[in-house]
Design a protein around this ligand. Structure first.
Ligand code: NAD
Length: 488
């Protein structure tokens, strides 16, 4: 039996013992996960320095903080999330108990990507644990040092319930042959298709956190200096290897030079005149990606940057101007520190440009005009939309994070992760008494019964626990009325 089969079998067996169901167990595992990121912080920051040249504080800022926030939220909200959720009733079910009961799905497979390997692998794990699932964790082999640190997880978590499987594509493919109850994948869309195909064989539901080209429209009616500061930050953090990094800028030709000069100022301010030796500027993950990104510059006008060093996987923060929509750099997600500016004639043309392409993971609009912002919201579609900033929507647990169409399916963060990895079971508990009132649904289906059915079924009642008694009393009156007038 392969190590992958063994891990899945072990997780399945552990899940079937039922020990992940009590909230105390889940809370303890979440605390243990928190202890892992606290006690192993040095190993994590060292590994990310080696994998992506991330600075220590950069790792704390972009990988640890969000994960810690998600764990804290789950610890404080778990009992609410896991509790039965009352729903609206109709008059027919007014005396019944009707609620949604979240229940664990079973064994979840979490496949992580390499760009924020801790965050994108362990944030879904928070939801998997909170929802009472077992989980097989497959970190990306591309960020190899960080994957090695994640191998320590079983020293903190229940090792049978949450095994870590390391390795590359063959290991992931072996895992995908196994049966899971949910697959949570973060990575590119091409592999996303393979994941969905493999999942379909077992009718396993999937969450696909994918990427794509996230556009950024700068309206001429806006503070261009502020817009460019925020865009420069969102683009070049982690050397552009961020799924929601602004992929390209759309703006009117009349402001293009101003945009380029403001971004130049910000690059200098954030990363000095020599980003190559600056601590807070990252590296491309490997030579394959280095070559891929450099090839995207072919035939383009480099307005800023372009310097590179293959031996260090270094590419300077780069801006391309007057980029043609048909150029190579506009055909695929860049996922590197290259920012094309594509001139368009105003918001209508920008919207048309966006709508002619795949639905993006994030859409950014910079404008002082609410009209322009609202038009962008109404006339486009994307995983998320931000006006006048970049990336920060990722930090909010109450905003669902995820793509649409080619940029992904499903959503997570906060309670959304819990719900995504739970089965929301609809439950109705009726008593065996009061059979007379139920007569109206049994044959023969007379006109009179139909009229009563309309009244009893179509009237929605919002029943909180507080008003249960009042409604039960109402029902009793109604029952007497029905029995007297109709069913005698
Ligand atoms: P990657 O190469 O690390 O692949 C991700 C996982 O898929 C790995 O665990 C790997 O083992 C597995 N894999 C790769 N090829 C496979 C195959 N042929 N069969 C089965 N499994 C395979 O990561 P990547 O795809 O290069 O990640 C970058 C992409 O991820 C970008 O498109 C980015 O936008 C996207 N991303 C999205 C999010 C999000 O939250 N939406 C976050 C981070 C990254």
């Amino acid at each position: 039996m392969s190590q992958e089969q063994l891990a899945v079998q072990q997780a399945r067996r552990a899940f079937l013992t039922g020990r992940s169901k009590p909230l105390d167990f889940r809370l303890q595992q979440l605390k243990n996960l928190k202890r892992f990121i606290t006690e192993r912080q040095k190993e994590i920051t060292d590994a990310l320095k080696k994998d992506l040249n991330k600075s220590e504080n950069g790792t704390k800022f972009f990988e640890i903080l969000g994960l810690e926030g998600e764990i804290n939220l789950a610890l404080s909200k778990l009992s609410d999330w896991a509790a039965p959720r009352p729903v609206k009733k109709n008059l027919l079910t007014i005396a019944d108990e009707v609620f949604v009961q979240p229940e664990p799905l079973g064994v979840v497979l979490i496949i992580g990507a390499w760009n924020y390997p801790i965050a994108v692998t362990l944030q879904p794990l928070v939801g998997a644990i909170a929802a009472g699932n077992a989980a097989v964790i497959k970190p990306s082999e591309v960020s190899a040092h960080t994957a090695k640190v994640m191998e320590l997880l079983p020293h903190y978590l229940d090792p049978e319930m949450y095994p870590v499987v390391t390795g590359g594509v063959p290991e992931t493919q072996e895992l995908l042959k196994q049966r899971f109850d949910h697959i949570f994948y973060t990575g590119n869309s091409a592999v996303g298709r393979l994941i969905m195909e493999a999942a379909a064989r077992h009718l396993t539901p999937v969450t696909l956190e994918l990427g794509g080209k996230s556009p950024c429209y700068i309206d001429k009616n806006c503070d261009i200096a502020v817009a460019c500061r925020r865009i420069t930050w969102g683009k070049y953090v982690n050397c552009g290897q961020t799924c929601i990094a602004p992929d390209y800028i759309l703006c009117e030709p009349s402001i293009q030079d101003k945009v380029v000069s403001e971004i130049r100022k910000c690059i200098k301010e954030f990363y000095t005149d020599d980003p190559k030796t600056f601590t807070d500027y990252g590296r491309i993950i490997n030579q394959r990606h280095f070559k891929r990104i450099m090839a995207l510059l072919d035939g383009c006008t480099v307005a800023i940057g372009g310097e590179n060093d293959e031996s260090q996987c270094y590419i300077a923060p780069t801006v391309l101007k007057d980029v043609k929509p048909e150029s190579k750099v506009m055909q695929e997600e860049i996922f590197g520190p290259v920012l094309p500016v594509v001139p368009v004639n105003g918001v209508n043309e920008a919207i048309q440009f966006i709508n002619e392409r795949e639905k993006p993971l994030a859409l950014y609009v910079f404008s002082s005009s609410n009209k322009v912002i609202n038009q962008m919201i109404k006339e486009t579609s994307s995983g998320g939309l931000l006006a006048n900033d970049c990336l920060v929507h990722f930090t909010l647990s109450d905003l669902p994070f995820g793509g649409v169409g080619n940029s992904g399916t499903g959503r997570y963060h906060g309670q959304y992760t819990f719900d995504q990895l739970s089965h929301l079971r609809g439950c109705l508990i009726k008593k065996l008494n009061m059979e007379r009132i139920n007569q109206m649904r049994y044959p023969p289906h007379s006109e009179k019964k139909l009229r009563w059915a309309r009244m009893l079924l179509l009237k929605q009642v919002n029943v909180s626990r507080w008003s249960q008694l009042a409604h039960a009393a109402m029902l009793a009156v109604l029952a007497v009325f029905v029995v007297k007038r109709f069913l005698r």
